[in-house]
Design a protein. Sequence first.
Length: 273
Amino acid sequence: MDRYAVIGNPISHSKSPRIHGLFAAQTGQTLVYEALLGPLDAFAATVQAFRAVGGRGLNVTVPFKLEAFDLADHHTPRARAAGAVNTLAFGSDGILGDNTDGAGILRDITINQGCPVEGRRVLLLGAGGAARGTVLPLLEAAPATLVIANRTASKAAELAEEFSSAGMTPPLGCGFAELAGQRFDVIINATSASLSDAAPDLPVGLYAPGSLAYDMMYGRGDTPFLRAARAQGAAHLCDGLGMLVEQAAESFQLWRGVRPETAPVLAQLRASL
Ligand code: ATR
């Protein structure tokens, strides 16, 4: 039977085996999908061992996305833009590295939330790996403006600069204070502030009428960022559970050539949070 897995450290909390199991059942695909604990000092060896016993592909999560990038023999353009890999596919011509995170969040925002990005003002908070993976898919969706803001302003400026010649309206990079007086239609939290139960320290008044606040993190109830967004008058709130399911669907399609329906899977996951 074709074998797949998610590799990370820690990994026991991962919802990916459940998601892919539901996708496989729904699409009638015969496969096994496991969770693999990657030793911190032996990522590449663990991947190669999995491949040697018949593994066809892997999802890669914290903290191995950069190592997965280095391990891949060739990359999709979106993986190159992200500088990180969350999906490996083992083929006869080597290991392909892809990154489905950015496509996942774009699908969740535009399709599941019904929130257009084209022609709208978008603010991306953060300048780490999670933010980086989202920049190219966001630019491809043709927003009127993309501003990248980070607690450490210089990192936002550097990230914006990297995408200044992507052939689309270049993003702007700045610190949080410089956002004062601006308004956005979509504000995405790609910082890790929620991990310390905090929200980014933003100026007030950033949410335009009808705006969407999107947190890449998820949990039962509002995240700190979504609580703050609600208080600031954001019209729509969304956490990152849909992104998780959509990036998985994108990986599943890469491996199996079939796109699963995400809505029923997302509903099941939501019900058991
Ligand atoms: P990830 O891979 O999840 O993006 P990362 O690369 O460590 O993780 O990046 C974490 C991001 O969250 C950074 O943009 C960080 O801001 P700094 O560059 O200023 O460190 C941001 N971040 C973390 N905690 C934050 C907080 N309490 N408020 C605002 N931003 C925060």
